[in-house]
Design a protein around this ligand. Structure first.
Ligand code: AVJ
Length: 321
């Protein structure tokens, strides 16, 4: 990461931590979970049997890769732009199919983490050397603005993993609108949305017995300890998950198990917690077709097709402008 970006992130982190922990009720943004350790913990989550999202999307891509290739393919080829590329495990199913079928495309993964992009580039060079790949480091919005100047041929923008689920509906519409603005007529958006289902299945996915999700959630506190010289005792906080079947919102919390005061030295701040006081850390929104259709409509996009798994746990939708 460039030095100026690093500094910007640190001051953004500092001011958002200050704002969230002095608010009532307290909150922190899940986007700050993803440092090097957070990235690793999320990869571990994706390998948990209870975290069904990854396997569902894997199965959907495997089962529908030919149909997707037909949707994406264009006369003069296309640019496949992936927002939040991760380790590319799911994307490689599609990439391999496109290569094997001699489809003309270029792959442009975008991620905030240069580390993730470097690993992805290395693994592609080994596993799928024929893929024409150009990585783009930056926040989605900044890089999308750049990408919107790619008017030469069809763009397919891809967002896997139900990453949109971290946003409340207003922010999700804003996010979709930004993508829509970067699209030209004929371009496509291909996006994964985790679906409403048995609440127990959802709670189990965000509350694994091995403690990986708990460590992932607590990585927020660890980052504050390290980067803002704080003294959170991680053992005095408990990971808690709720799911509201009416709104489809899963929420993660960290709950203080006792009355305590935490010093955040870099902010010159003491934060006191009552026993059982919560910090809201993440939402993982679950959807149905009506809600997805409404979000798309609000953002100026048309829903044209979806693909799902056998249990209908998860759907990948195609949108056009
Ligand atoms: C990366 C946002 C899709 O909400 O399911 C996994 C993050 N949090 N377990 C999700 C996450 C806890 C994940 N997303």
């Amino acid at each position: 990461m460039k030095k100026d970006t690093q500094t910007k992130h640190n001051s953004e982190f500092a001011s958002e931590v200050q704002e969230g922990l002095t608010a009532f009720p307290k909150y922190l943004s899940s986007k700050f979970i993803y440092d090097k350790k957070g990235d690793k913990l999320f990869q571990d989550i994706m390998n948990l049997p209870d975290y069904y999202l990854t396997n569902c999307e894997f199965d959907i891509l495997e089962k529908h890769k030919a149909a997707l290739s037909d949707y994406f393919n264009a006369e003069s080829g296309f640019d496949l732009i992936e927002l939040g590329a991760g380790d590319g495990k799911k994307t490689k199913i599609l990439l391999k199919y496109l290569i094997d079928n001699k489809i003309d495309f270029k792959y442009l993964p975008i991620d905030i983490s240069q580390n993730i992009l470097d690993n992805l580039e290395d693994s592609l060079a080994r596993e799928l050397p024929k893929v024409n790949v150009e990585t783009l480091q930056g926040s989605y919005f900044d890089v999308l603005k750049e990408v919107s100047q790619y008017k030469l041929r069809k763009k397919v923008i891809m967002v896997l993993g139900s990453n949109i689920g971290n946003l409340n509906h207003d922010s999700a519409i804003e996010f979709l609108k930004n993508i829509q603005i970067a699209m030209n007529p004929g371009d496509m958006l291909f996006m994964g949305f985790d679906q409403k289902k048995n609440p127990q299945t959802i709670l189990d996915a965000y509350n694994d017995q091995t403690g990986v999700t708990e460590a992932f959630n607590k990585n927020l506190l660890e980052r504050i300890n390290r980067e803002l010289e704080a003294d959170f005792n991680l053992n005095k906080f408990k990971h808690w998950e709720t799911y509201n079947p009416e709104t489809g919102t899963a929420k993660s919390f960290l709950i203080s198990t006792e009355e305590q005061t935490v010093a955040i030295n870099a902010l010159n701040l003491n934060i006191s917690f009552k026993s059982w006081e919560s910090i809201h850390t993440e939402i993982s929104q679950k959807y149905d077709d009506e809600v997805v259709d409404w979000l798309a409509d609000q953002a100026g996009l048309k829903l044209i097709e979806y693909f799902t798994d056998d249990q209908h746990f998860y759907k990948n939708y195609i949108f056009e402008k």
